[in-house]
Design a protein around this ligand. Structure first.
Ligand code: G1P
Length: 297
């Protein structure tokens, strides 16, 4: 019987330099879309997919993340005293059972592959998910859940995938397609951030992965590549070279690149408009802004 995916790794050690000065003292994963930090979106998605153990690969300066998932006794007793039950309910989503969350330090920024490797002892010998909280995905059925369901059929390794314009391929891991079956694509290779003329396709990896424990072995032997870093992409590509199955999964949903300012702003607008309590006022404001800009042009 195939093992269920119950563990997820969240690489959250990045410095977030693109958002300085905000990220000087606030981890970028705590930056907020409407009223929830990025990391909360990833955790909610993981929970919906059946994840029970959450492994954070952190670094210096990320302690706000640990506090975020801790209890807040003073705040909670004040809210209880004031009868603010709704807010108490909201806070519950930030709590984790004891032992369900673990923090591992990545002492040096050696790349995404290295970050996942740092979690190897906690992953053990079972398939696991990796989620990059920068990639926020709005979907009717959460993306990782879609993947867990597809993976129950395919086994092997699976990465979320999305077509991107040719001019953008050099920002992504890119899939070399062996067989395109629609939502599932069997792949024969994967390249990290190729120049456009060397890209094997324009099907890009988005930050959701379901990986076999063999990836951890591959991570022991890969060498630094794109950007001089140890790339997770190379460890997954090694699977295809060893004849093991790797699939791309074209998820249903809208992905926002919250690692970029434009993507973050787009996500803010989209998630803001999706809130019933905000959509009217905020929608009207956006409408007026656009009308004003058009009139001025
Ligand atoms: C990482 C991965 C890359 C993937 C991307 C998705 O790159 O290395 O393969 O396509 O996430 O967001 P990063 O954006 O961290 O440079």
């Amino acid at each position: 019987m195939k093992k269920r995916v119950t563990k997820a790794v969240f690489p959250v050690a990045g410095l977030g330099t693109r958002f300085l000065p905000a990220t000087k003292s606030v981890p970028k994963e705590i930056m907020t879309l409407v009223d929830r930090p990025l990391i909360q979106y990833a955790i909610d998605e993981a929970r919906a997919a059946g994840i029970k153990e959450f492994i954070f690969v952190t670094a210096r300066g990320k302690s706000a993340l640990e506090d975020y998932f801790d209890l807040a006794p003073e705040l909670e007793s004040k809210l209880r005293k004031d009868g603010k039950d709704e807010l108490l309910e909201i806070l519950k989503t930030t709590n984790m059972d004891s032992g369900a969350i673990a923090y591992i330090r990545q002492h040096k920024a050696l790349g995404l592959g290295h970050a996942v490797w740092c979690a190897r002892r906690l992953i053990g010998d079972e398939p696991f998910a990796v989620m990059l909280p920068d990639d926020v995905i709005a979907a009717e059925k959460p993306c990782l859940q879609q993947m867990v369901e597809a993976h129950a059929e395919t086994g092997g390794c699976m990465v979320a995938a999305m077509e991107v314009p040719g001019s953008k391929v050099s920002s992504y891991g890119v899939l070399d397609i062996e067989e395109d079956m629609g939502s599932i694509v069997k792949i024969k290779g994967m390249v990290e951030k190729p120049p456009v003329h060397e890209a094997p396709s324009n099907l890009a990896v988005i930050g959701r992965y379901i990986l076999t424990p063999n990836i951890l072995k591959n991570l022991n032997s890969i060498k630094p590549s794109a950007g001089g870093e140890l790339q997770l992409t190379d460890a997954i590509a090694a699977e295809t070279a060893q004849g093991n199955n790797v699939f791309g999964y074209r998820f249903r949903g809208e992905r926002f690149d919250c690692g970029s300012k434009a993507g973050f702003l787009q996500a803010t607008v989209s998630f803001g408009l999706a809130r019933p309590e905000l959509c009217e006022e905020f929608g009207q404001y956006l409408h007026d802004m656009v009308a004003m800009r058009n009139a001025a042009q």
